[in-house]
Ligand binder design. Sequence first.
Ligand code: UD1
Ligand code: CA
Length: 473
Amino acid sequence: MATPVDVVIMAAGKGTRMKSKLPKVLHRLGGSALLAHVIDCAAGVSARRAVVITGHGAMEVEAACDRMHKACAASGRKLELAFARQEPQLGTGHAVRQAVPMLADDGVTLVLSGDVPLTEAATLQALIDACDGQRLALLTLVMEDPSGYGRIVRAGPQPSAQVRAIVEHKDASDEQHQIREIYSGIMAVPTRLLRGWLGKLDNKNAQGEYYLTDIVKFAVADGVAVVAHTILDAAQVAGVNSPVQLAELERSYQRQQAQALMEQGVRLADPSRFDVRGSLRCGQDVEIDVNCVFEGQVSLGDGVRIGPNCVIANASVAAGAVIHAFTHIDGEKAGVQVGEGALVGPFARLRPGAQLGAQVHIGNFVEVKNSTLAKGAKANHLAYLGDATVGENVNFGAGSITANYDGANKHRTVIEADVHVGSNCVLVAPVTIGAGGTVGGGSTITKSTLPGALSVARGRQVGIADWKRPKKG
Ligand code: UD1
Ligand code: CA
């Protein structure tokens, strides 16, 4: 049986260069905290437990982790989450030392950083396999400009020569500065060995810190094999230290999302002007124009077209629907549903609980909230439908609204099938407009109307002939 994996996530550092009040690991990438990406990685290698090492902003980080973890558990993943405080922060070796009392000796410890969000589970799995429950496995990378990083010192010049040590940039000799193979900050190590080595660390180095990387020397001295698993893709081990690096990684993450969707057949007008902050599922022949942002859980059915500059969150759009430019859809918790072949926008706003049936038309400057529109219903211009049930083929005129709020409570408006509501009407809820009825333009309807009736509720027009306008005195 494979050795169980436990994960230690270092997240105690201050993140000074972010110049932010928010702890660094809680800054967002693709809509979720950096740390959430790392916890996902841990779940992706079927770790049994993840210990997050907190220090700066510990309370905030721990509370955020608990929230992420609940979401993770809700999606059926089994990963136990624990915390270890590191105060003060005396280096990466000192950090991991705070976690080892919470780790069982029968496992392999995978060390990750809370600010390195884009490592792929397959890469980590390969590192765990290289460790094989008995070796010290280091994830390494060859870089054009290795400055700042810990260098992999090998016994000889061949790339396959034995790894002897990791030397931090600040402690490296001129000769060692020439080494281009660097330590990524990620390792897999048998926990019982790690425990022993951490006890032997000292801080006699350029930074006066307890370096985790010093365990390599101890492994060599103990005759434990040290193996390097080298990857080519720098984004997988890139850390976030500044807003510039965060933005760079965000782009690289979005590129990946775009690439994956295009490989499935989704047509993006411009993959560099496309953002997914959550999950986007697409059917066949979906087209997405430039500058669209998708948040939370969004699904787009076959043949859906999304115009430019749309923001779509927590919504499901059925086959053949078209969302025109500048439309804002936010389903929040209740969600938004757009039916087959519906037309929405430009400049439409769909809020939580908007449920549009097939072939519904929602035009410019129309807002829909917590309302159901049956097949073929239309509200094409400047309207508000809130807490309404709208029947098939209703036509809701320009400038008309449901007055759903009396200042204290919300009430429903029912507009039965085939009703025609003229322009500039106010339907004061609770009220029902009977099937097939017509509401004359400019009416304020406060009482339910009969099916088939014309209802007009406005001042009658009067005509006064030869009207003399007042004159200035
Ligand atoms: C570390 C490695 C270096 C490697 C580099 C890759 C050491 C000594 N050096 O250096 O070989 O090339 O990562 O990015 O490990 N942290 C704590 N507590 C501490 C110190 C750090 O939790 O006391 C956390 C930080 O918040 C961060 C991570 O550990 O998430 C790495 O720390 P950092 O100071 O960035 O290490 P580097 O100097 O970059
Ligand atoms: Ca770093």
